[in-house]
Structures are given as C-alpha cells and as structure tokens.
Design a protein around this ligand. Structure first.
Ligand code: NCD
Ligand code: ZN
Ligand code: ZN
Length: 423
C-alpha cells in the first residue's frame, strides 16, 4: 500500500486542492484529508501537483534496429521522467512491424522491456514505402492500436484510399505523416528567409498541406478516424478546422517544438534544430497555438525522435531529422503556455492526457478518482530548473531546448502504484 500525502490535484472546477491519496493493489482506494494507514508506505508530495500520468501518442523508441539511438527500456525510463505513463510507439523500426507475427512480437518486446504502458502502431504499407497495403485486419487482431507510415508520407491517393478503407473496416485510426516527396527538392528546413540566409534548401509547407487536403476528402468518404501527426502550418490548421466543421472524423496533434519555436530560432548550422516537419514561420506557430486553444488541434504529442550524438552533430544538410522530447515537454509547455497565461493548467492536461485517451480509446486513467488505476505523475510547478543534457535518461541528447529555464520538473511517476521515476 502507498499513501501519497499533501498532493495538489485538479478539482472538478479546475482549481487545485490539496489531498492525500491511498493506493492499494495498483488502484486508488481513498482520497481525503489527513488520511493515515499504518501499513502504507508514505510519500510526501510536499504540495506539488499530482495528475494521472500523461499520454503521448507519438514516440520513437528505436528497438529493434536502432538501439544506439534508444531502446524500449531507455525510452520508457525517459517517458517516466517526463511524467508519461502511456505512449504509442511508431513502427519505423527494423524490422518494420508490418504483419501479424511481427506486430505481436513487437508488443511482447514492448511489454517485456518497458516500465510504462506502450501501445504499438502498425505500419500501413510494406517497408513504409511501396504500395502494398499490409494486413491491417490481422495486425488489429494482434493488438495494433493504430496504423501509420510515420517517417514517410503516403505518396499516392490510391494507396491512401486503400489504407483508409482497410483501417475503417478494422475500426482503427490512421495516423498521417504528411509529406509529398515531389515537393521536397532535397529540403532540410522550412522554406523562407532563414533558409535563404543560411543557404540551406527549403521545404515548402505545401508538402504537408496539399497532402492533407487530399487525405481529408478521402477520409470523409471512407469514414475512417484520420489523425494528423505533427501538424506544422497555418494552412493545415485551417484545413483541419474546415474538415471538422464538415463532420470529417479528424483529430490532430502538435509537437511542443512547433508550438514554442519558429525557424528564426535557427541562427546557424545546428542540426539540433532539424526535424520533420521543420520549424515553420512565426505566423504558423501562432496559428498552431490558436488551433490548440480553440480545440482544432486536439492534443500535444512529442514526436520523441532520439538520434545518436555523432550523427546529430553533423551539418544540417546531412544530419537525420528529429529531436528528443519526452523528458522536457510538460515543463516547457507549463512554463511557456500556462505560466505565461495562454492556457489553463486544466486545458494543458486535457491536451496532454484526456484528449489523447478519448481520441484513441486508450486504457489509461484520466482523473484521480477512487477505483482508477494509480498511473500518476507529480510535478513541481514552483521551482525554476534548467534543462540539462546530463539529466536525460533517453539516449538521445538532441534537443534545441538544452539550457532553457523551466518550471514543472517531474518529482515522481507511478504506474499501477509502482514508482517508476524518482527525481
Ligand atoms: N520527426 C522526425 O524528424 N523524425 C522521426 C520521423 C517522423 O516523425 O517523421 C524519426 O523517426 O526520427
Ligand atoms: Zn512523422
Ligand atoms: Zn514521428
């Protein structure tokens, strides 16, 4: 038994109230004032903010195939340090989980090596590239939570139509990484003034939004739950807003880095700022924040994309796309969206927990209540700390947020009442 004393939790009317929480057999048994239990281990939360563990629908844990970047173990420990207790893992692995047996093996591997809950996303098509649609029904039966070719765009309307039809039939969401290869022209960062100044080839926002427009009309016809990964442009936000108003079953996620940075933050050739989609213009960033506030963008997902330090220290032109993010997301967003007055704490928790659980029908608690599984995270909202790479549990040290000053440091994380992270 575990007794968490003096925790601040969100009340029904979005205020924080101080409570003690008693946990037995992995479940919340009692919530009250001045609880005591002689048999329980006591954890003093010291007035910090306690929430159900956060949920991230977009992470890359790299195992199997790229264990030098991350493993399921290091990725899940990093997630726990970020206050996350449930994540959805992308299938750009080697081998790619693209059939029923491989998907089942990947689920077993996740379960064996992770300290948190990891749901597995299956690949849409063979090797994430050619046009053979995988066995969506078979992988659904093996436990795939959704389907995506993340890392690659689905290039043809025909492939997308087949994939959406199969996913709709299997009642599984289809997650789109939007990227039209014919519009890339070798680009490595956002196409604009900054790319011109740095002499780096640009990626037009049309590579994302034109494919999104195509997908939304196909999604409407098929009735699939269509989810937009890492939305990055103002045109894409407008398209999702319009599609929602027309009853398309569409949801969207935005990453912390697209909310907090734009391409003008890139002042030199530094590949820690290189990710896909790229950091866009200031007006795109503003549209993303507005979309997050009005609910056009349903949720925040980190797109935690760890890479080796050596490969990320290469030039922008050749380094791999992607930044690590799961350990820093809550504190960055709390500091720069909540403390700054743009969002309430309750809305941030909605976008990082409640909305993802609802959209993907995940088995994860969304409130601190008696009978709920004790997946919990404790954050210190009052002390300022500095993001330091030496503190990372992820193998990936590649983030442009190193050195940023933030509130909201994780103090502890529990999964089913078992502590999986302690500051
Ligand atoms: N986001 C990235 O820049 N990279 C991701 C792939 C992806 O999410 O598209 C990766 O796997 O490294
Ligand atoms: Zn992607
Ligand atoms: Zn990704």
């Amino acid at each position: 038994m575990l007794l968490i004393k003096n925790a601040k939790i969100l009340s029904d009317n979005q205020q924080t109230i101080q409570r003690d929480i008693l946990i037995q057999d992995g479940t919340i048994k009692e919530i009250g004032d001045n609880l005591s239990d002689v048999q329980a281990d006591v954890f003093d939360a010291q007035g910090h903010f306690l929430t159900p563990g956060l949920v991230d629908v977009h992470v890359h844990f790299r195992e199997p195939g790229f264990e030098y970047k991350e493993t399921i173990q290091t990725g899940s420990l990093a997630a726990a340090r970020g206050g996350f207790t449930t994540v959805m893992a992308m299938p750009n692995l080697n081998p790619v989980p693209d059939d029923q047996a491989k998907l089942a093996a990947q689920i077993a591997r996740n379960q064996e090596n992770s300290v948190i809950h990891v749901e597995q996303i299956g690949a849409i098509s063979k090797d994430l590239t050619d046009h053979t649609i995988n066995d969506i029904q078979g992988m659904t039966e093996a436990g795939a939570i959704a389907f995506s070719n993340d890392g690659k765009g689905v290039q043809t309307a025909d492939t997308m139509l087949q994939a959406m039809t199969a996913a709709a039939k299997a009642k599984r969401p289809l997650i789109a990484h939007l990227e039209d290869d014919t519009l890339l022209h070798g680009g490595v960062m956002n196409d604009g003034e900054v790319s011109q100044q740095l002499g780096l080839p640009g990626i037009t926002g049309l590579a994302e939004s034109s494919q999104l427009a195509r997908d939304l009309v196909i999604a409407k016809v098929t009735g699939v739950h269509y989810h937009v990964a890492h939305i990055s442009t103002k045109e894409s936000v407008a398209l999702v807003r319009m599609a929602k108003s027309q009853g398309v079953h569409v949801t969207a996620e935005v990453s912390p880095h697209h909310l907090l940075l734009s391409d003008d933050a890139i002042q030199k050739d530094d590949a820690y700022f290189k990710m896909n989609p790229p950091l866009r213009a200031q007006e795109d960033r503003e549209a993303l924040i507005a979309g997050l506030i009005d609910g056009t963008i349903d949720m925040i997902a980190t797109d935690h994309a760890p890479h080796g330090t050596e490969e990320k220290q290469k030039s922008f032109a050749v380094a791999p796309f992607g930044i690590t993010g799961i350990e820093t997301s809550f504190q960055l967003l709390y500091t720069h969206l909540v403390k700054s007055g743009l969002l309430s704490l309750g809305t941030l928790i909605d976008r990082m927990l409640i909305a993802p659980v609802k959209a993907f029908h995940l088995d994860a608690p969304t409130q601190i209540a008696v009978g709920q599984r004790a997946d919990l995270a404790l954050f210190d909202l009052t002390h300022l700390t500095t993001i330091a790479v030496d503190d990372f549990l992820s193998k990936g040290k590649n983030t442009p947020f190193i050195g940023w000053q933030v509130y909201g440091e994780t103090q502890a994380t529990w999964v089913s009442g078992q502590q999986v992270y302690q500051r």
